[in-house]
Design a protein around this ligand. Structure first.
Ligand SMILES: NC(=O)c1ccc[n+]([C@@H]2O[C@H](COP(=O)([O-])OP(=O)(O)OC[C@H]3O[C@@H](n4cnc5c(N)ncnc54)[C@H](OP(=O)(O)O)[C@@H]3O)[C@@H](O)[C@H]2O)c1
Length: 253
């Protein structure tokens, strides 16, 4: 078995009798909220991400015996070694992603769309595949896609294609990998650092505009999505499902 050349001091192998969830992209936003929620319910959690300081702050906010591992989910070799070192675990949540590929189709840089596939769809599939050797067959994989794949909103064709690819993969994987359960949560607009590419005033204006369009009258909070992910992990009768959690945004004309 491969080993970490520098084993993280906060790394703990799976504890027998206690479900272990791995949240990739767990150092921020809805991945972090999911890790906090699952840990509060008594699960052992391991989070991954690229930024060391961000990871450590996230691990501290989860508390308990949570582990945080620095890992680029696009690095196939590092992902394989990560799962080999992890050993048996129960649930995988894929919460990493990027905003690349946004814009109206006529002027859309298709290189950015390809970059979006490489930053989200491909690492999600890469991590799911690499996890198969050690994930428990009665466990689950939960992808985080995006409601752009369901709502036909002009200007989001690149995001729809990237997230639609994952959404289409979910039922196929659920049929192929059974009894392992495979689901996805498809978020609407959620106030997370994902939106930090906008200056604060523009971000607030965008949230206000989305909130006005959304039937529940607000944008999402990270924990709204964490609840949906925790439900899909917990309910052993759920598989092959893409759960839209968007406050009804997809219904906006
Ligand atoms: N927020 C929204 O409105 C919204 C709406 C629809 C869908 N989504 C989707 O929800 C998911 C989570 O988004 P979020 O809003 O929680 O974003 P976020 O706050 O920016 O968090 C993204 C997380 O993914 C990690 N990450 C990104 N690329 C990575 C890589 N190559 N390897 C390892 N970790 C990586 C980030 O850590 P590092 O950068 O340190 O690696 C961070 O922990 C994304 O897939 C996004 O597309 C979000």
């Amino acid at each position: 078995m491969a080993t970490f050349t520098q084993p993280p001091s906060n790394f703990h192998p799976s504890v027998s009798g206690r479900d272990h969830a791995v949240i990739m992209g767990g150092s921020s936003g809805l991945g972090l909220a999911t890790a906090q929620r699952l840990a509060a319910s008594g699960m052992q959690v391991t989070i991954t991400g690229r930024g060391r300081e961000r990871l450590e702050a996230a691990r501290a906010s989860i508390g308990g015996d949570a582990s945080a591992i620095e890992l680029d989910a696009c690095d196939a070799g590092a992902v394989r070694v990560f799962f080999e070192n992890l050993g048996r675990f129960d649930h995988l949540v894929l919460a990493l992603g990027s905003g690349r590929g946004f814009g109206p189709f006529a002027t859309l840089d298709l290189g950015e769309v390809l970059g979006g596939f490489e930053a989200k769809a491909m690492p999600h599939l890469l991590c799911a595949q690499a996890a198969l050797a050690t994930i428990c067959s009665d466990g689950s994989i939960t992808f985080v896609t995006a409601v752009s794949a369901q709502m036909a909103s002009p200007g989001t064709v690149g995001l729809a294609a990237i997230n639609g690819a994952l959404s289409c993969a979910v039922p196929v994987l659920a049929a192929e990998l059974r009894p392992l359960r495979v689901n996805a949560v498809s978020p609407g607009v959620v106030a997370t650092p994902w939106w930090d590419f906008l200056p604060a005033d523009q971000r607030e204006a965008a949230f206000a505009s989305f909130a006005a369009k959304t039937p529940v009258g607000r944008v999402g909070a990270s924990d709204d999505l964490a609840k949906a992910i925790a439900f899909l992990i917990d309910d052993s009768f759920m598989t092959g499902h893409v759960m839209v959690c968007d406050g009804g945004l997809r219904l906006a004309a």
